[in-house]
Design a protein around this ligand. Sequence first.
Ligand SMILES: Cc1cc2nc3c(=O)[nH]c(=O)nc-3n(C[C@H](O)[C@H](O)[C@H](O)COP(=O)(O)OP(=O)(O)OC[C@H]3O[C@@H](n4cnc5c(N)ncnc54)[C@H](O)[C@@H]3O)c2cc1C
Length: 393
Amino acid sequence: MERSSVDVVVVGAGPAGLLVTSRIKSLEVIVFEEHSKVGLPKHCAGIVGYETAIMIERETSPKVIDHRYNRLVFIAPNCRVDLVFKRDIAFHVNRPLLEEIMALKVESLGHKIVFNNKAYPYSLKRVLVSGGLLEYKYLVVADGARSVFRERLIGDKPKYLVGLQICAKVRNLDEKTLYVFYNNLVPEFFAWIIPLGDEALIGVASLESSRAYRVLQYTQKYLDIPVASVYEKFGGLIPLYNPLRNPVLGDCVVFHGDSVPLTKPYTGGGLHYIFKLSPVLARLLEENRLRDYSALYKRIFYFKNSLERVLVNYLRRLNAYYLPTKIVNWLYSLGLLQEGDFDNQYRIFLKSLGVTPVLTVFAFLDIFKTLHNVFNESINSSRYLARDVNSNI
Ligand SMILES: Cc1cc2nc3c(=O)[nH]c(=O)nc-3n(C[C@H](O)[C@H](O)[C@H](O)COP(=O)(O)OP(=O)(O)OC[C@H]3O[C@@H](n4cnc5c(N)ncnc54)[C@H](O)[C@@H]3O)c2cc1C
């Protein structure tokens, strides 16, 4: 490497690193990416809510949103919830295209993306890359869920969910419906089916890859997908550790994206806050005010995320990860569910607190319905049993 210092070093050419770089105009930026091109390794399901889709379209191109959904079907062992909306409420992002467009924007601004070059933390002021030590004024750590920088500079022990996905040719799926499955094998998360034309992306996340794999096989069997129809398999990590209280270290290093992590606790979606925070971060870097980022980060992200995280951890401890599905269904029946709520999941909690007495009635009705079904099933099964016994006599 012919130079020894630069204004900004960005580690990682994922959406977090690329978006913040594409917003910096008055500083020189070098992005280091360990892979040979952007978008690798593939891991994301690419589902975002309404607000995020608008931000993505604005920052990149409307072409990046390639599928839209207006119906959500949640299937749990003890309930099925079917929600149809007048407008589209979930959107599929073409992740390779998203990253390609952002990389082009970064290069058109004169910034450099150095591929096949893994960066390592050296000190608070310097980074080690192949070619030597590089000094910077600011370092943006955007090295993803497996963040080596977070581990070395903060000393955190990372914790993850393992996400596994297959892409397959699938028939008879409604193109406008997203399917979410809850399974007793993975009580800590859920499985999903995302129709993409005549294909579908089927995935699941779990604390253990073996359990995730079994649920994936089960879903494949349930959908009657022959092995030959599966043409792609990939996986990735959804970070589970707590987000940093302060993402700024020593006035010169800032953590961004999954290294924070900026993911939503319930769904693991990371794109929403990357798109919300990147413009703010880029502006403060340009204005030499990185110190002010902490306060904005807390206001825009940290407090809301902490509330969601406490609730999600509670659901995990209760083994009741499907429970918000019921609450969403009740709010939907009351006409209180809005498109933006899937981007801002803490609002669902606040709304449910606001209508607690009404929800209690729904809860009792639900319990009554479940008991009624159980009672009917046992009557039916004793009838069948009696018939079997009689026919055997
Ligand atoms: C199974 C699964 C499904 C998901 N589904 C969704 C979804 O539906 N919706 C949603 O919003 N989010 C989803 N996410 C989360 C989303 O993919 C992430 O939040 C997002 O990709 C984070 O972006 P990032 O730039 O922080 O990290 P990444 O996308 O991981 O990018 C990090 C980049 O840094 C590079 N890198 C790492 N270390 C170094 C190093 N030392 N030197 C140089 N380069 C390095 C990597 O090669 C990579 O290119 C999903 C994640 C998983 C695992």
